[in-house]
Design a protein around this ligand. Structure first.
Ligand code: F6P
Length: 334
């Protein structure tokens, strides 16, 4: 477990609110539970906002009790529901959202979500007198300022569970399987899955690939006696259809590859033990940070500790894929 900061409570809130936003991730429920239980233990009322920023704009606020979060620590998805709210990019809509919170006597908001959701959180903190704290919740693990995000570990393990099974049939038929994992803009998930699955190749959006050359290289394995079965992990990337084009290339060179798109399976399922502990800790600490007077920050993890990072930096900078880790993913199958 991560070490927790020692925070002195200096601020009072009658009520705070919590919402989950953007693509859901396994562990959002234990994070909501952490927020609710920590707030109630400190004598602060908590509202759960339904369906992310859309619910905030619509004023869909519901009082949470300790029993509202009973029996959810192990459940995937989010009991608060989630969505991607385009309307929240409009400053007038954000003013409406802040007014809804103020009118309900709510002085602070905790937002659990990915980079788009944290951008909304920062803007709301800047433009209103609502104190806002973000928590990194995404299977992509692509949030600047934190080494880990809620849901990443579970998604890695979900993909591994599938790939271990796929490898059996890949090996029986001596085929390549191109397994597409999530990650439109980042290859963290693909790289971790690739290393842990012992993949023959990993393709991520951070590095361009030459499909023809890759096809030749993989087919060359058969000729050099290295065999031509195995797993190629492909991050979905920004360019739709890359996985199928690579399969076609292999086919043209005489291979008989198959494609398996893991898709939203990676977003569901019971959160892993790691994600439950991470999410519970971040949820509870978000409340401590609010009571300690913090605002416009994300609570994340680095070097074994829970810590705060200004939301401004979180949204301004891009978390880069560690090139050495990516190299490792490519190296170990050789
Ligand atoms: O941001 C999380 C994520 O799962 C990405 O990996 C993926 O590209 C995207 O969300 C899919 O979003 P949606 O569920 O809206 O299709």
């Amino acid at each position: 477990m991560y070490s927790l900061p020692d925070l002195e409570p200096i601020r009072d809130f009658d009520a705070i609110a919590v919402l989950t936003s953007g693509g859901d991730s396994p562990g959002m429920n234990p994070a909501v539970r952490g927020v609710v239980r920590a707030a109630l233990n400190s004598g602060v009322q908590v509202y759960g906002i339904q369906k992310g920023y859309s619910g905030l704009v619509a004023g869909d606020l519901r009082v949470m009790t300790s029993s509202s979060v009973r029996n959810i620590v192990q459940r995937g998805g989010t009991i608060l529901k989630s969505d991607r709210c385009e309307a929240f990019k409009d400053p007038e809509i954000r003013q409406q959202a802040a007014a809804n919170l103020k009118n309900a006597g709510i002085g602070a908001l905790i937002v659990i979500g990915g980079d788009g959701s944290l951008t909304g959180a920062h803007l709301l903190a800047e433009e209103s007198d609502i104190a806002v704290i973000g928590l990194p919740g995404t299977i992509d693990n692509d949030i600047f300022g934190t080494e880990d995000t809620i849901g990443f570990d579970t998604a890695v393990n979900t993909a591994l569970d599938a790939i271990d099974k796929i490898r059996d049939t890949a090996s029986s038929h001596e085929r390549y399987f191109l397994v597409e994992v999530m990650g439109r803009n980042s290859g963290f998930l693909a790289t971790h899955v690739g290393i842990a699955a012992g993949a023959e190749m990993v393709i991520v959006p951070e590095y361009q690939v030459n499909i023809e050359e890759l096809g030749r290289q993989l087919c060359g394995n058969r000729r050099t006696g290295k065999g031509s079965s195995g797993i190629i992990v492909v991050a979905e990337g920004r360019e739709p259809g890359l996985t199928y084009r690579l399969a076609q290339q292999l086919q043209q060179q005489g291979e008989d590859p198959r494609v398996c798109i893991l898709g939203h399976i990676q977003r569901g399922g019971h959160p892993s033990g790691h994600d439950r502990v991470l999410a519970s800790g971040l949820g509870a600490m978000a409340v401590s940070y609010l009571l300690a007077g913090y605002n416009d920050i994300m609570v994340g993890v680095s070097e074994g500790a829970i810590l705060d990072i200004p939301l401004d930096s979180v949204i301004r900078y891009r978390k880069g894929l560690d090139p050495q880790l990516f190299e490792l993913a490519l190296l170990l199958h050789k």
